[in-house]
Design a protein around this ligand. Sequence first.
Ligand SMILES: [Zn+2]
Length: 476
Amino acid sequence: MTCRPLPLVTLIASSLVSLSAVAATPANDPAALVNIRDAAMRSDYAYERLADLTDLIGPRLSGSPGAAAAVTQVADAMRKLGAKVTLQPVKVPHWVRGAESAELVGYAGKPAGVSQKVVLTALGGSGATPAAGITAEVLVLHGFDELKARAAEVKGRIVLFDVPFDQDMADHGLAGPAYGQSVAYRVAGPRMAAEMGAVGALVRAVGGAAYRIPHAGSSGLQDNARIPAAAVTIEDALLMTRLAKRGPIRMHLTLTPQSLPDADSFNVIADLPGTEKPDEVVIISGHLDSWDLATGANDDGTGVTSAMAVIDILKKLDYRPRRTIRVIAWMNEENGTRGARAYLATQGAHAEKHVAAFESDNGSGRPFGIRASVGTQAVKYFAPLRAALQPIGAGAFSREDALGTGDLSGLELAGVPSFEPLMDSSTYFNYHHTPADTLDKVDPDNLRRHVAVMSTTAWFLANTDEPIGRANVVVK
Ligand SMILES: [Zn+2]
């Protein structure tokens, strides 16, 4: 057979193929950012994965069967998208909730035959009472200063820290600082009380929305002093504060959690390899574990599934980043950050290869833009990204010296700029760590905006020519 020139139609087709291959890896141009944003705003991928995570698995406390199932589910979903998946081994704390109940069995003015039920939930790492419970006097305090002033009264008592969450701050864009100032009593109060001889520690639930539901969380207790520790509802803390004004209060408290040996678990790492600089990495992430009272939809199912959606969006557009985009579903953010530590142990020496790290862990309220611990000189380079996000109301950019977020703070201290969504979190602490953190609290449209913010930012950072600069690290 003689060799003939290719028919014209074939030539056109093949040149179209090569053109589309070029177009499939656009530079960091504004049109690509707009395409990614629009694809995210049409996508239900994150919401569907969130429904899988929360409806099919539910709670995912470290060491639990739910956490193990979540590792498998997320890894499978990422493999299905063609990402390169690695399971990084992590030893995690394994704390298991037991029975939990409390009642006020003595107080001034108590009629015979009456007791008052107190609604509470054990804090992570809490020690246990005997199965039959303990009975002790409650010392109601309203701050660390009062703890010091009344130190002589702590021994043998159950200490209650009744310190309110400042919802007014949360309503005005300062939910994070409001949380920070009251959570100090949860993470340090039980340990301080234990050191002073308390037989139990209670904290007023850290959060807004008083519907008599407790908010779980870490107690900050260590092996050498695990006294029983619990969060009581806002209403029950107020009740005890009122009753304490009438005279001494006695509580019967039963908490039977167990601290088991550390368990085997994993960070799920899913790479979309870079075409030009595959060894340079942009992390986009959320944490896979959750507290055990609910399904962790907002904390942090939305963070994980929004990060997963970044790969889905780019795959669907056939956009290949110059640097590697690395989705990480961190394990054990809630009660140990062992996943972040394991990553730092293996990758900390390669911090300079990490261009940036993004984590979403503040729920799924409406995003207004981005917070970033980049150098001041870098802010101007983000103009194209901000322009792409402006039409969905997410064009704000807040530069900080350090974000100090849960899983990224180690990398940040090593010089890797941290990123997170700047968002409305005024209602986040209504549900945070409560039995009510469920899928129905997530607004699908806001979740799409999250995906838009995270996917455009990941793409921008993975393709930028500009030096975005290291974080201005402030080590205190
Ligand atoms: Zn979280």
